[in-house]
Every structure is written in structure tokens, then in C-alpha cells.
Write a protein that binds this ligand. Structure first.
Ligand code: ATP
Length: 285
């Protein structure tokens, strides 16, 4: 809590967890659930908590060097312009890049299309001691694949179970999974797309097909809702994050990640050498 009682009053992991109180169609994407305070406080907090995340991630990395096989995987899924790229820069940007396995999933390549939809995901999983970040993920295969009729319904429907099994195995093998569904309102999306058209430095981000996707908003909302309903599990929980205010979505994901790391109960690894003997050796060298 900040000086005026501002700050997190309910943990992000509680208030944002998918469930009946966080329905996609009813979500206030401009809200700041669990948090009181303004952008200024949010920005300060992001820096402070970024330092905490950085230490935790370094501890995981250090332990990984000494054989700890655990890892953390952040999955970012969201509507166009929800701010996935900015999330990676401003949250993950706080940690040492050598400890991060980052992967963005675009339209499958011809080779990827020849394989099972989880094939490319397996290849991108975080190594031991790493923080993995997926910008889009296997969930595209129950979102765009469903809404755009890229595969028959019988195929995308069975993917929910396949995903649950896959993530259960992953968690069982030591990967802590944090899944974040990012939502902006249609209005805010329009505003962000308009900005991409206005500004020369943002033209490269504009994709004409994003406008076509807007027409499919209700279908996407349904697909997102089913995804949350069918794949929110204890070992791989979904969090529903309102993203109209970027500063809020960033501190929220920062908290979710810190929470995941804290659940690992990390400490600095014990040295595998005699410190006093090494001090003497160093002195004499
Ligand atoms: P972004 O919108 O994330 O900034 P972008 O417009 O730069 O991305 P890419 O990152 O190359 O484009 O690819 C993202 C596109 O790939 C999205 O339209 C997404 O729906 C699509 N995509 C990702 N995975 C799949 C999949 N499994 N099947 C079909 N399309 C997919």
C-alpha cells in the first residue's frame, strides 16, 4: 500500500483469475481491479517491482546453472493492439535477457503446418532456469483457427483437452505456467489502430487485416470465453487483464510473475567450493 492507502488492495492473482466474475463480454477493460492509484503511482511501482522480479529471475537462473530443472513460462494472449509487445518490453525488460527465452508465434510456416499444432510450442519451451515468454501461443489454435474456420470444429474442439494434458505434463516437469489474456475495448482498439496510421514511427505496426478482425469481435469474444472456461486449471491458471490502461496491465502482469517466482521458494544456491579456502587462495595469488 502507498502513502494514501493507494496500491494493491486485493492481490492480482485473486482479482484477475478467470472465473464467473471475469466474463469476457462483461469485462471493464478500462478498469484497474484490485488497485487504487493513478498512472504516476503505477509507473513508480513498475520500477520498484521490476527490481524484485529481476532478483528472483537471477536466483532461478543461478539455481538452473547448478542443476535446478525448474522454469517459469508466461503466456501472453490478446486481441490486436492489446499491448503484448509493450508488455514484454516494460515487464520482461527488467530482467537480464540471458535468462529469458522469448518466442513470438505468427502464422505457422509450411513446415509447422505439416506437424501437430503443439510441435512448434514444444520446441520453444523455456530451458531449465529460464523465464519463457510466449507472445501468442498454442491458444491461437483455438482462437484464430476457430474464428477463421482454419480447421473443422471437431479438430479445434478436441484441442482444449490436448492443451490441458500438455500443460499438465509441463507443470509436472517443473514449469510454473502463468497465462495472461489481455483485453482492450473496441473503442480503444480503434484509437490505437488510428494512431498507427497517423504516426510514421508506427506505420510498420499497422496490419490492414486487423480491421477485418474487428468485424469478428463477437466471435473472438466467444472463442476467448470458451478458452478461459475450458483451459483454466490449477496447474496452468488464466488471468484476465484489462488493458485499456497500459500502466495498469503492466503492473498487474508484474505482480502475477513475481507471485509465480515467489511460489518457487527460491534462495541463492549454495556454493560448491570452500569460500574460506578460496579467499586464502585469492589473497595469495
Ligand atoms: P502482432 O499483431 O502480434 O503484433 P503481427 O501483426 O506483427 O503480430 P505476426 O507476429 O507475424 O504478425 O503474426 C501474428 C499473426 O499470426 C496473428 O494474426 C495471429 O492470429 C496469426 N497466428 C498465430 N498463430 C497462428 C496459428 N496457429 N494459426 C493461424 N494464425 C496464427
Amino acid at each position: 500500500m502507498g502513502n494514501n492507502g493507494d496500491g494493491w488492495h486485493t492481490p492480482a492473482r485473486e482479482v484477475l483469475r478467470a472465473g464467473p466474475h471475469n466474463q469476457v463480454a462483461e469485462l471493464d477493460t478500462n478498469g484497474t481491479p484490485g488497485f487504487s492509484g493513478d498512472k504516476e503511482l503505477g509507473t513508480t511501482l513498475l520500477e520498484e517491482r521490476g527490481a524484485v522480479l529481476s532478483d528472483l529471475q537471477e536466483m532461478l537462473f543461478a539455481n538452473g546453472r547448478l542443476g535446478d530443472e525448474r522454469s517459469v513460462l508466461l503466456i501472453l494472449q490478446g486481441m490486436d493492439t492489446a499491448g503484448k509487445g509493450g508488455m514484454v518490453r516494460s515487464v520482461i525488460g527488467h530482467v537480464d535477457p540471458q535468462g529469458v527465452d522469448h518466442k513470438a508465434f505468427g502464422v505457422p510456416t509450411p513446415e509447422e503446418k505439416r506437424h501437430h499444432f503443439l510441435w512448434r510450442v514444444h520446441k520453444a519451451l523455456p530451458r531449465d532456469g529460464q523465464l519463457g515468454v510466449f507472445d501468442r501461443s498454442h491458444y491461437e489454435d483455438v482462437l484464430v483457427a476457430r474464428v477463421r474456420n482454419l480447421v473443422p470444429e471437431t479438430v479445434w474442439r478436441r484441442r482444449y483437452d490436448e492443451i490441458n494434458r500438455f500443460e499438465s505434463d509441463l507443470a509436472g516437469n517443473g514449469t510454473t505456467i502463468v497465462k495472461v489474456a489481455m483485453f482492450v475495448s473496441l473503442d480503444e482498439q480503434k484509437h490505437r489502430l488510428a494512431e498507427r496510421l497517423e504516426r510514421r514511427d508506427k506505420h510498420w505496426k499497422y496490419n490492414p487485416s486487423d480491421v477485418d478482425e474487428r468485424a469478428l469481435w463477437p466471435e473472438y469474444q466467444q472463442a476467448y470465453q470458451d478458452m478461459l472456461d475450458k483451459t483454466d486449471t490449477e496447474h496452468a491458471p488464466w488471468y484476465v487483464v484489462p488493458c485499456d490502461r497500459k500502466w495498469y496491465s503492466r503492473i498487474a502482469v508484474m505482480e502475477l510473475l513475481i507471485d509465480a517466482f515467489e511460489g518457487l521458494d527460491l534462495d541463492w544456491p549454495e556454493p560448491n567450493f570452500d569460500i574460506e579456502a578460496e579467499k586464502r587462495r585469492l589473497e595469495e595469488s
